[in-house]
Design a binder for this molecule. Structure first.
Ligand code: PHE
Length: 341
């Protein structure tokens, strides 16, 4: 029996000290010390021993059990140390590697200009309106007094969705005048910026999609003097105090009288330069007194109420403000361009 225990001691201590994983270590514990394990198997033979021999054998067996347990504990500890070591190794952070910084964008330069204009009008009590880019011809043309034969209704100028020509991409923000008059309580003061679409070839000054800003005021006793005074004020806030303006007669079907507003070239002071193409003046917007027919069509009595409206191109304004020479840069989203603002 003594030899058996000695054999078990050598075999188990050797095996335990080399157990490759926690799982094999646990298997060994069961195999050597478990209820049906090898040590128990040896102790079963105690019955064959004499009463004198038993205590010494019992002591030997207890010692062996304690030694195997100690060896298992020691191996478990060294295995878990190695495991931790390995984990630390795997999860090492190389703080010298280049980082992956989040890239934060910023507002598009054209929308900087739009926000500036919105602020000016909000300061004067205007409400900002948003409206559909897919529009009924009724709102884009008919209700604006643009009759069936008008050239802007031509299929070569306008993007239509339907054969009957009833649904289109709005060619101007002026239909927002109609939406405003149909949905707002009087008096009305609204500013409606947004995209508009025309069948233009793309070049340095044209794009089939561009932005306009529509303005509309309807109230009792509104006159052309209000239009001129308000727009002069706005121009001074955009282009600086003392900017010289001129109102040229023009024609729009939905305003009467109609005009265009030019500013004297701020680059050359009116002498003529590349910025104003030698004209001395730069066209800024179209405007006029809302046509009585348009008012009446929206259920507003033109004998009681009058109004003025304007429409302004946003890209051209941004190009002037930031000295951008090609319209395409505004839409191409080239980061080398955008990052300059
Ligand atoms: N909608 C006109 C255009 O696109 C501009 C305009 C708006 C003129 C409002 C008068 C009044 O040219």
């Amino acid at each position: 029996m003594k030899e058996l225990m000695q054999k078990l001691r050598e075999a188990s201590l050797q095996a335990v000290s080399q157990a490759p994983t926690m799982e094999t270590l646990e298997d060994m514990r069961v195999r050597y010390l478990g209820k049906k394990g090898e040590l128990t198997g040896i102790l079963r033979q105690m019955g064959k021993l004499s009463a004198e021999e038993r205590p010494a054998m019992g002591q030997l067996a207890n010692q062996l059990r304690a030694d195997i347990e100690a060896a298992i504990d020691a191996r478990r500890e060294s295995l878990s140390k190695a495991l931790l070591e390995m984990k630390l190794q795997q999860e090492t952070l190389d703080v010298t590697l280049p980082g992956e910084a989040d890239r934060l964008g910023h507002k598009h330069p054209m929308y900087n200009v739009l926000d500036q204009i919105k602020d000016i009008f909000v300061g004067m009590g205007f409400e900002i309106l948003d409206g559909p880019e897919v529009e009924k011809a009724e709102y884009n043309f008919d209700k604006l007094n643009i009759d069936a034969g008008h050239p802007s209704r031509d299929w070569t100028d306008t993007f239509y969705f339907t054969e009957d020509g009833k649904i289109l991409l709005r060619t101007q923000t002026s239909p927002m005048q109609i939406h405003a008059m149909e949905t707002r309580e009087l008096p009305i003061r609204v500013l409606a910026p947004g995209r508009v679409y025309r069948k233009d070839e793309v070049d340095a000054t044209h794009s089939p999609m561009f932005h306009q800003i529509e303005g509309l005021v309807v109230d009792k006793g509104v006159t052309m003097a209000d239009l001129k005074a308000t727009l002069n004020l706005v121009v001074e806030q955009i282009y600086g105090k003392g900017t010289v303006t001129r109102f040229r007669p023009h024609h729009f079907p939905f305003t009467e009288p109609s005009c265009e507003l030019d500013i004297q070239c701020h680059k050359c002071g009116g002498k003529g330069c590349p910025t104003c193409k030698g004209e001395g003046w730069i066209e800024v917007l179209g405007a006029g007194m809302v046509h009585p027919k348009v008012l009446a069509g929206c259920g507003i009595d033109p004998d009681v109420y009058s109004g003025w409206a304007f429409g302004m191109g946003l890209e051209r304004l941004a190009m002037g403000e930031y000295k951008i020479t090609d319209l395409r840069l505004i839409f191409e989203n080239d980061e080398r361009f955008l990052q300059q603002f």
